[in-house]
Design a protein around this ligand. Sequence first.
Ligand SMILES: Nc1nc2c(ncn2[C@@H]2O[C@H](COP(=O)(O)O)[C@@H](O)[C@H]2O)c(=O)[nH]1
Ligand code: MN
Length: 498
Amino acid sequence: MPSRALTVTLNYDQSRKFVLLLAATPDARKNLNERILREGKNKFRAKALTSVFLQGGLLLDDQDELPEDATQVWVSKGEPYAGPPKPTDNEGCRPEDVRIIGSKSFIDDKAVKQLTKVANLPGVRVAVGMPDLHPGSRFPIGCAIASEGIYPALIGSDIGCGIALYRLSSSASRAKSNPKRLASLLRGLDDPWSGPVSEWLAHYDIAQSSEFDKANLGTVGSGNHFAEICAPDKILDASVAASLNIDEDALYLLGSRGLGASILERETIHDSNPYIPPDSPHLSEYLADHDYAVRWAVANRDLVARRIKECIFATSDLPNNYILDEEETLQQQQQSGMLPSLNKIIDVTHNSVTQHSLELGTESRELWVHRKGAAPADKGVVPCPGSRGDMSWLLQPTGDGQFNAHSLAHGAGRRHGRQALHTWTKIHKSTLTTTSLDSEVVCMDPDLLIEERPEAYKDVQCVVEDMEDKEMCRGVVVFRPVVTYKVREAGVRRNDKS
Ligand SMILES: Nc1nc2c(ncn2[C@@H]2O[C@H](COP(=O)(O)O)[C@@H](O)[C@H]2O)c(=O)[nH]1
Ligand SMILES: [Mn+2]
């Protein structure tokens, strides 16, 4: 009777494999787990092998029968599956499900090529380039990618990065007539927070706190991260603006703090772009890490906001449990006269993955939407920052989210790469700390001053108009920058660019 060949591959080094011959009888397919592990331990000289994966990442357990069509298995020491996706996931997007939204905005060809490549990955069903689309080192930034399973590398190392908008107060408005003075008040923000880190994190369902937390929680970080005090310049939708109480100064905070780097590192030990299929047991493990990084980033933005408020209003005696988004507590605190007003309007994460229903032709599918530099369009208003020398917008998402994969642009997007900006005509650094809108920039890092000057970014108005033309959103408020905070101390440059 002819035998059947089963290729056994070592999951953590896929160049190593051997062929196991199975008799072509139904019995030979039963209780195979033990035999595969035994042979694997011998052939690979790896005593610690514990699990057998089928193609796609499903575990072959003790009592499981080998599926009829299985020709390969992967043996692992317990690390996540690193083989190819299930054959059914193999085709990428249909051409009509690859969209680039941008007729007024500049879109770099390199970013289009990167998006096309991503759209062809197995399991990917929809790929949308937003008008802020620009090239990243491997994958494009400014896009929403919907797939059957999850590609951790598409979300990248800056999991949880996002932007939050807080109300400040009219006393800050008075200071706006003097941005230099307001800027001079922002001190000590690069130092670790001296408050109770674990207590703060506990408000965000984070039980542990580490040395990393102590050193980083409550700091802005570097790279493209910033805090910005801004003032409403134009109210475009008075009723939405009124419902959000936007009539005074506001504070934008963008950033995370590099926590996602270790998560991505763990995921990409064996493969630079692994795929976690929808039925893999590893999917929920990755999501637990991902959600933790997202909550941490929100906690961080809130703490930076609190510290900025302390700088501006010279109050260092806030109760330790003062959390910005607990409206009720906040209102009580304000009523009791304890606090100047600073509460949160919205916080959106723009590097993340969440599940959504999307229509593919006549079929509706539950897909994982990876947002790499894209804001969710199903959580209320969305901030869309321009640059330190341009306006920033607050947008109201519109439409059913099908065309844009429930996402909007996360900003203006880069027009020029960081390195290119260093080759431009040299400008004296001092002229970069006051913008053409008369706002002040606190940035003692000379490279960042060059790399993030306003000309580095696209025109945010074109980005917004491109989305309005597709009926994805409408403008609510346009904000003018007053003070942009990057880094105060020379030499403090944290390694968490995204
Ligand atoms: N209002 C400001 N906007 C800025 C500043 N620096 C950058 N940006 C905008 O934000 C996004 C950043 O998103 P990222 O997470 O990809 O960095 C970027 O596209 C710009 O439009 C600033 O100082 N002020
Ligand atoms: Mn970031």
